[in-house]
Design a protein around this ligand. Structure first.
Ligand SMILES: [Zn+2]
Length: 328
């Protein structure tokens, strides 16, 4: 091999060296790399490499730490959300419960509740006559009155028995005491119990009503309501029975009925009508007319008569509340 060939071979070998280009990139290494000795470097080169490795290690550690922080943040955010999702399920269950529905449906303004008691119904048909039976007359009148109070907009009418309890002859009798308690449960401020009178003589007629007797906390306001009623029925032309159409009734020792006129202020221990005895507000039991008297039936117990009576009750209720009745 000639010298020239030898140089050419060395040149080829030198050309294939892997690192000279890197070595030349560092100014500190300028002149430090000797031709043909690429595996040997200066102390500075090794120090620089160590620093670079340390730097890369630190960068990797930093990236790992940042990733760990991100994962921790995501876990901390998601865990409470998941807990809320599972916790929300039982909270949603009571949505259909009555208490929740009641809270949602609570009216903005509480109207005074007026309880209307159709005095008979179910197996208890009441008095009979040429027109409606007592259960039918009281049911019709009570509903006409409820419609008037509803249309007025200043009252919340409440019927103490359902249509089924009134019209189904197989339905058990709802005791007067229970009807009074139903009215109380509704927060009634006034209770009107509607009845029809009867007598063995078809000539007996007229209007009377029964107030809560003296000695009861609701006596005075009950008597005031009774006066409102007798004024209306009297103005219609009905004869007011007894002294002035207002009476008190008591059940004696043998369950006999004891009648007292409105001027009797004696306090008796005997119980009165159940619906008045158990009433927790001013209440009156009204004997609308005699179902056994044809003139009374025509005036206050046929279809028109029930509407007429309902109007008188409505006006009396307005009067008791010191309100003007709606004229429409
Ligand atoms: Zn009756």
């Amino acid at each position: 091999m000639s010298r020239q060939e030898s140089m050419s071979q060395a040149s080829k070998i030198q050309y294939r060296r892997p690192q000279p280009a890197q070595a030349r990139r560092s100014p500190n290494m300028a002149g430090a790399v000797r031709a043909g000795r690429d595996t040997r470097h200066s102390r500075d080169w090794y120090a620089l490499r160590r620093r670079r490795r340390r730097a890369r290690r630190l960068v990797r550690l930093g990236i790992l730490a940042a990733l760990a922080c991100v994962v921790a943040a995501v876990v901390l955010f998601l865990v409470p959300c998941v807990e809320r999702i599972f916790a929300a399920e039982p909270e949603q269950l009571p949505v259909d419960e009555p208490a929740t529905a009641k809270a949602v449906a609570a009216p903005a303004e509480q109207l005074p509740v007026v309880a209307i008691d159709p005095g008979h119904g179910g197996v208890d048909r009441g008095s009979e006559g040429p027109g409606f039976g007592e259960y039918e007359m009281t049911w019709r009148t009570a509903n006409e009155l409820a419609d008037l109070l509803e249309a007025d907009g200043r009252f919340s009418p409440y019927l103490t028995i359902t249509e089924e309890e009134s019209q189904n002859p197989d339905c058990a009798r709802i005791k007067p005491s229970e009807r009074a308690q139903r009215a109380a449960a509704q927060g009634a401020q006034l209770l009107l119990s509607i009845h029809g009178n009867s007598d063995s003589s078809t000539g007996t007629s007229g209007y009377e009503c029964y107030a809560i007797p003296p000695g009861d906390a609701n006596h005075e306001e009950s008597l005031r309501f009774a006066r409102c009623l007798t004024e209306g029925f009297g103005n219609l032309g009905q004869r007011l029975r007894g002294l002035d159409g207002v009476r008190y009734l008591y059940y004696g020792d043998d369950n006999e009925k004891l009648l007292y006129e409105s001027d009797d202020t004696t306090v008796h221990d005997d119980p009165t009508f159940g619906v008045l005895e158990y009433a927790q507000c001013p209440a009156v039991l009204s004997e609308q007319c005699f179902l056994t008297n044809s003139a009374d039936v025509d005036l206050l117990a046929d279809e028109d008569g029930c509407q007429r009576a309902a109007r008188l009750y409505y006006e009396a209720i307005c009067s008791w509340f010191n309100l003007e009745p709606d004229q429409s």
